[in-house]
Write a protein that binds this ligand. Structure first.
Ligand code: SF4
Length: 350
């Protein structure tokens, strides 16, 4: 009954999305990974560009990692793009470019967790695995009045079991899509549209005035503050970059020379630090511009960033950094923070 109501709501309200017009597991996989980190409207553009450049798994497998990261630029969570690439290579070699069809084999692929495996298995192959994402947690917790924390191991297990039981085994593909869409459009986090909800009469949270309290989360993850001083060291149209190779955010993306400090400091103090001296020795440099603080928010980090522009003889640092020209920036993947700064410079020089 409940499943039929959700499916019937879905058939009348669903959005037309490019990855909904297909049963191709490759396309579904890419869209699901993109949707884990961005809004649908943004994902559509990225998805279309990605499919244009890598129409098949084998095209993706044969690409250079730098190309994949460049296409992912701005989406964030770059480890997901690196995993996608790795997994495409696995499918290309181990499965001859054909996406595995069993839930067990899909789940064994790198970067594919319980939710994504269930989504691919059900959307592409109509297999009876309930895909439980944030939308589904919200809908089920409200409908059934469940107060178990959705971020606890116990809660996750409980909701997965409930979702499996609730799922209409005969139509897992449509049901999974329907309940996710229902959570995304109807039973939304703030001010859900209860008055026009087809499940109003059976909804526990609505009858018990618990809509705003559900779902329950146990922990609030603390946000860490980091202080980045990016040195934009340029000479005419050339400037210095480095590839981030450490195990941290933005692995294998490019950035300007960076001094990270444990607290905010003034430029006067920065030029007295060991890091600055290591880089420039006692060179007399003319600082052209110091930006105001830009706060770049990641999921659990706030990057307090200042850009310091110095024009200098950058060849003196070419052993430590890479020199690139403005005409080459489309070849390099940059974090959004650097991309925005570069765009500003281009804008101010045109
Ligand atoms: S009545 Fe409100 S809270 Fe309950 S399922 Fe519908 S939209 Fe969600």
């Amino acid at each position: 009954m409940l499943t039929n109501q959700i499916i019937s709501w879905y058939l009348q309200n669903k959005r037309d999305l490019p990855w909904r017009e297909t049963k191709d597991p490759y396309k579904i996989w890419i869209s699901e990974i993109m949707l884990q980190q961005t809004r649908v409207a943004t994902a559509i553009d990225y998805f279309n560009r990605f499919m244009h450049q890598f129409p098949t798994i084998s095209d993706l497998a044969k690409a250079k990692e730098q190309e994949v990261l460049k296409l992912w630029q701005g989406l964030g969570y770059y480890s997901r793009a690196r995993n996608l690439h790795e997994t495409a290579k696995t499918i290309h070699t181990k499965y001859k470019g054909i996406f595995p069809k069993s839930h067990k084999d899909i789940l064994a692929l790198k970067g594919i967790g319980t939710y994504t495996a269930a989504a691919i298995a059900s959307f592409a192959f109509n297999l009876p695995y309930a895909a439980v994402d944030g939308n589904v947690y919200r809908v089920l917790s409200r409908l059934y009045g469940i107060e178990k924390a959705i971020d606890s191991a116990e809660g996750k297990k409980y909701f997965q079991k409930l979702a499996n039981e609730t799922m209409n085994n005969a139509r897992p593909e449509i049901y999974n899509q329907a309940i996710i869409e229902f959570g995304a459009l109807q039973c939304i986090p703030r001010n859900p549209k209860c008055e026009i909800c087809p499940l109003l009469s059976t909804c526990y949270a609505y009858s018990n005035k618990l809509v705003e309290q559900l779902p329950v989360k146990s922990k609030q993850i603390k946000t860490k503050n980091r202080y980045f001083y990016y040195l934009f060291l340029s000479c005419k149209s050339r400037f210095l970059v480095e590839k981030r190779e450490i195990k941290d955010i933005w692995k294998n993306l490019y950035q300007y020379p960076l001094i990270e400090y444990d607290k905010a400091i003034s430029t006067d103090k920065l030029i007295q630090t060991i890091e600055w001296k290591k880089l420039f020795g006692n060179q007399n440099l003319i600082i052209r511009r110091v930006s105001g603080e830009v706060i770049h928010k990641l999921s659990h980090q706030n990057l307090h960033t200042v850009f310091i522009h110095i024009e200098m003889n950058i060849d003196s640092l070419k052993n430590k950094y890479q020199i690139i020209d403005f005409s080459e920036i489309s070849d390099y993947p940059f974090p959004k923070l650097i991309e925005d700064h570069l765009n500003n410079i281009i804008l101010n020089n045109t």
